[in-house]
Design a protein around this ligand. Structure first.
Ligand SMILES: NC(=O)c1ccc[n+]([C@@H]2O[C@H](COP(=O)([O-])OP(=O)(O)OC[C@H]3O[C@@H](n4cnc5c(N)ncnc54)[C@H](OP(=O)(O)O)[C@@H]3O)[C@@H](O)[C@H]2O)c1
Length: 290
């Protein structure tokens, strides 16, 4: 039976990136909808549920994407709500690649660091979708996480959102200028840059002098890079006593994870792949690595 992926994208144009990866991961056909809102969800999901018998429903799956993470979360909640009894299909949420990117970064950090329990982690510009997901997952794994923002209200709003979503206690700090970085990084074991593309967030001198720092991860692939001195292809090499990862150093695993998750959707009809479940898939992939 053909594997059908229903792509529900909150942005006007359904993501071509998500389509290409889904085909590469084994979907036979992708039915794409853009500009999807909450009021569209029920009928679109019913279209999946009532067309194939329950035992064949694992061959239909739903992908939720788009640039807006909050919209994606709402669409996911409504899609789950529309299902009942055996009438279910597996779903995955990865608005703007935020879940797979954050999980890939967290897994790389935990591979290099070991357990993050009680380690101080600073997520630079952790107010965006990727930073929020990474902060929540690391805090869930026991790290003492601080997210930074240029604006106190924005940082506080993101902090509250992360704490509620992941049932954790992250802190937020205002970082209006890189000169404030050394204070924010005091005692940190991990620096994770989740700042917007093309923005340098940490000059070299701000992180190389931090004696406690073990790992620095930059998710920005667009020059100027986010952490000066960390190159896009760095994948765990040591620089100034710190294991460093650039955007492609994380991104290669992210792509592998993204494909593995899509393939996983078609193995059963009751999966909901959000951050935590995607992290489980990532850990299984790591465990299988030679
Ligand atoms: N490697 C991969 O596979 C992959 C995949 C997806 C995304 N990414 C990268 O991951 C990073 C995070 O993605 P995202 O979508 O979460 O980011 P985002 O929402 O675009 O930006 C994250 C935060 O950056 C801060 N920011 C925006 N403009 C800024 C500026 N001019 N100066 C300083 N800070 C600024 C904002 O925080 P405040 O306003 O609170 O300060 C914003 O909330 C990006 O660099 C993205 O390109 C990588």
């Amino acid at each position: 039976m053909r594997k059908l992926l229903l792509q529900l994208d909150s942005s006007r144009l359904p993501s071509a990136f998500d389509q290409v990866v889904a085909y590469d991961a084994g979907a036979d056909e992708i039915m794409s909808y853009g500009g999807v809102t909450e009021s569209d969800i029920r009928d679109l999901i019913y279209g999946c549920l009532f067309t194939r018998g329950p035992k064949d429903l694992k061959n239909t799956a739903v992908w939720i994407g788009g640039t807006n993470m909050t919209a994606g979360e709402q669409l996911l909640a409504m899609a789950v709500d529309a299902m009942f009894g055996p009438f279910r299909v597996s779903l995955m949420l990865d608005s703007n690649g935020s879940n797979t990117t954050a999980v890939a970064a967290v897994v790389k950090i935990e591979q290099a660091l070991g357990s993050p329990t009680d380690k101080k982690v600073v997520v630079l510009a952790g107010t965006g979708p990727v930073g929020q997901r990474a902060a929540g997952l690391l805090a869930k794994d026991g790290a003492r996480v601080t997210i930074t923002s240029r604006k106190p209200e924005q940082g506080d709003k993101a902090r509250q959102f992360i704490n509620a979503r992941f049932n954790v206690q992250v802190e937020s700090a205002t970082l209006a200028d890189p000169s404030q970085l050394p204070r924010a990084l005091d005692g940190a074991a991990v620096l994770l840059n989740a700042g917007a593309a093309g923005i340098q967030m940490a000059p070299r001198a701000a992180w190389t002098g931090v004696k406690t720092l073990k790992i620095a991860v930059d998710l920005n692939a667009v020059p100027p890079l986010g952490i000066e001195g960390v190159d896009v292809n760095d994948a765990g090499i040591m620089k100034d006593g710190v294991a460093v990862f650039g955007a492609f150093g994380v991104g290669n695993f992210k792509t592998k994870l993204h494909k593995a998750c899509i393939a996983r959707l078609f193995t059963r009809n009751d999966l909901v792949l959000d951050a935590e479940a995607i992290a489980e898939v990532a850990r299984e992939l790591v465990a299988k690595q030679p």
